[in-house]
Design a protein around this ligand. Structure first.
Ligand code: COA
Length: 177
């Protein structure tokens, strides 16, 4: 089946990343309040070269699993999922961020719901989850609004910005109907 590449949503368009997005991605990702909620493989400061490197690496993923969040023609955020391996190969971790000038408009809740459905329908995954840093209630709310269930707390499960913190695990599982 040909993978559907483009999700036209109410608040944004979710579509594969292109190298031409690098400048805009770098502008919006270069924000300490974005970085402090993401894995350390995302650098800070975030330069255009970092965006180019990231986009080149995800363009190799087929079918696509990492997308730009486009608003008014510009890539202002990223959303995607990373399938796990071995006995966990039907599950994936979802990750997402949005440029701060777009926060609070319902953009990410809608995008998370749509991309999770894509993971179930096109990648045939059965579970998508996220480990949210204890200080990130906005992300927890986004996941709840997108239908995820809070499952557990991995106590002292992460170190970020020099602090050892709990990871709050949210998951969505495919309904078999
Ligand atoms: C988290 C993030 C993705 C949210 O995106 P967004 O488009 O603003 O999210 P939405 O507008 O869809 O929903 C945000 C919800 O969080 C709520 N919220 C925001 N700040 C909050 C806070 N401090 N405490 C509790 N709820 C909060 C909002 O009120 C809203 O809920 P509501 O619709 O019930 O009012 C965005 O802030 C971001 O990119 N942050 C940095 C990166 C990040 O945290 N990524 C997630 C890693 S797990």
């Amino acid at each position: 089946m040909l993978a559907r590449m483009d999700l036209p949503l109410r608040h944004s368009r979710v579509r594969p990343l292109r190298l031409a997005d690098a400048a805009s991605i770098a502008v919006h990702a270069n924000d300490h309040d974005v970085w402090r909620n993401l894995r350390d493989r995302v650098p800070f400061p975030y330069l255009q070269a970092d965006a180019e490197c990231f986009i080149t690496s995800v363009q190799a993923l087929q079918p696509p699993s990492m997308f730009a969040i486009e608003i008014d023609g510009a890539a202002v955020g990223v959303i995607g999922f990373e399938p796990r391996q071995d006995v966990e190969r039907l599950t994936a971790e979802i990750g997402f961020w949005l440029g701060r000038s777009y926060w609070g408009r319902g953009i990410m809740s809608e995008a998370v719901r749509a991309v999770t459905q894509l993971a179930f329908d096109q990648h045939r995954l059965v579970r998508v989850d996220a480990g949210v840093f204890e200080w990130n209630p906005a992300s927890m709310r986004v996941l709840e609004k997108a239908g995820y269930v809070r499952e557990s707390v991995r106590r002292k499960g992460a170190i970020k910005a020099g602090r050892i913190i709990d990871l709050v695990v949210y998951a969505s599982v495919r309904s078999e109907s």
